[in-house]
Design a protein around this ligand. Structure first.
Ligand SMILES: Cc1cc2nc3c(=O)[nH]c(=O)nc-3n(C[C@H](O)[C@H](O)[C@H](O)COP(=O)(O)OP(=O)(O)OC[C@H]3O[C@@H](n4cnc5c(N)ncnc54)[C@H](O)[C@@H]3O)c2cc1C
Length: 376
């Protein structure tokens, strides 16, 4: 039986601890409390994984790991802990309580059954590598045979241990636009198609966009932000098709029919198409004053704008759900042990794996945590 330290009581660390505890004496060091970060996930509901599409949702192919622990294994793991779950129409898996606290509760219960030592409110200050690995906190020095680092996108230990990693960059975040979106702030567009143009490539997302004071948010935008996070900067262009179910021709036909109804001036013409502020915004983008009587040329302009509402992305918002970057998987064994630092393992977000919204990031945390934990 080895003495194992898990640094970081988040999603990956907890799962690593549970699997490691079958054969080892395990201690989890939590800067805050065990599982606290999980409480904020999925808007407090914790989107555990996804039963649908795993194709192209990560920055790289991680199938060889998912083959060892995939979404079905995650569901089975949590069911065996006593957690009841449900799957929504998008394939997102949540606890039936709709409360992330239930997830933390079953994990904590299991950790207690397995006699895992949990050190809450204990920040690890440093890790000293040697035959025994020293874990140093403010008050104590502990010796371990093996250490799992599951500290998310914290760079402290990577720097201490002189480990190479790819710079961490915010992903799944709102984006700042050059265009002033203040008057649209708080408005939500549903069922729109967003296209990101970046470095001569196009990325598409269908769903919801939320306007913020200085830009765009919502799941579509979060997902598109991940492509920017993986590139050199957060500059690009996003085009929103407000009527993706209609072709440009069909949209023009709708507008032409409305034009024939003689609805009044430009703003009267727009009323009933989208919500008031969006109607006004479209007219201002087209350079058409609200009291103008529209010409067929104006109708063409409005049609083009509806199909391609353009935003220049100039930056990101500070809050993010995940960070891209981290340790290259090639520097780790199949079990996540560092190839140059025997007995030190890295799991979860600290590895260079990031996914789109929908439960994919927690799935990675669980997959890597399980594989590493079980191998100890
Ligand atoms: C608001 C929000 C909502 C999210 N919702 C979802 C979702 O619904 N579904 C999904 O799949 N993903 C979601 N994510 C992403 C998901 O939370 C992460 O991918 C996942 O938590 C990463 O797990 P991890 O174990 O690698 O790191 P973390 O969960 O970040 O855990 C790292 C832990 O290490 C601790 N730590 C760091 N340094 C030290 C130290 N020196 N000493 C001791 N402890 C330390 C931290 O306090 C933290 O508890 C969300 C993220 C956010 C921010």
């Amino acid at each position: 039986m080895s003495k194992v330290a898990i640094i970081g009581g988040g999603a990956s660390g907890i799962v690593a601890a549970i699997f490691a505890a079958k054969n080892n004496d395990v201690t989890v060091f939590c800067e805050q409390t065990f599982g606290k970060k999980l409480l904020v996930t999925g808007n407090g509901r914790c989107n555990l994984t996804n039963t649908k599409n795993f194709d192209k949702v990560y920055n790289q192919d991680i199938n060889e790991y998912l083959e060892k622990f995939n979404y079905l294994d995650t569901i089975e793991f949590f069911n065996n802990l006593g957690l009841e779950i449900y799957v929504d129409e998008e394939g997102r898996v949540y606890p039936i309580s709709n409360s992330a606290q239930s997830v933390v509760d079953v994990l904590l219960h299991k950790a207690q059954i397995l006699n895992i030592h949990i050190k809450d409110h204990t920040k690890v200050e440093s890790v000293k590598y040697g035959e025994k690995i020293q874990v140093i906190t403010q008050d104590d020095i502990f010796n371990f045979d093996k250490v799992v680092i599951s500290t998310g996108s914290t760079t402290q230990f990577l720097d201490d241990l002189h480990i190479e990693y790819k710079e961490f960059r915010p992903s799944l975040c709102a984006l700042v636009t050059k265009q002033n979106t203040k008057r649209l702030s708080g408005l939500r567009l549903s069922n729109v198609l967003c296209k990101l143009e970046k470095d001569n490539k196009e990325y598409f997302e269908f769903g919801e966009v939320l306007f913020k004071d200085k830009g765009l948010s919502g799941i579509c935008i979060f997902n598109l932000s991940s492509y920017l996070a993986r590139s050199k900067n957060y500059n690009g262009k996003i085009f929103i098709d407000l009527l993706p179910k209609q072709t440009a021709e069909q949209t023009l036909q709708i507008l032409t029919n409305r034009h024939k109804l003689n609805l009044g001036n430009a703003i009267d013409f727009m009323t009933g198409l989208f919500c008031r502020e969006v109607n006004k915004y479209i007219l201002s983008v087209c350079g058409i004053s609200e009291d103008k009587v529209l010409t067929s040329n104006d109708i063409q302009k409005i049609c083009a704008t509806i199909k391609n509402l353009e935003f220049d992305i100039v930056d990101k918002y500070d809050n993010n759900q995940v960070k891209s970057g981290g340790i290259n998987l090639e520097d780790l064994t199949q079990n996540f042990e560092h190839k140059k630092l025997k007995n030190i393992y890295f799991v979860g977000e600290v590895c260079d794996v990031d996914g789109l919204c929908g439960g994919y990031n927690l799935q990675w945390a669980f997959t890597s945590g399980k594989i590493a934990g079980e191998s100890l």
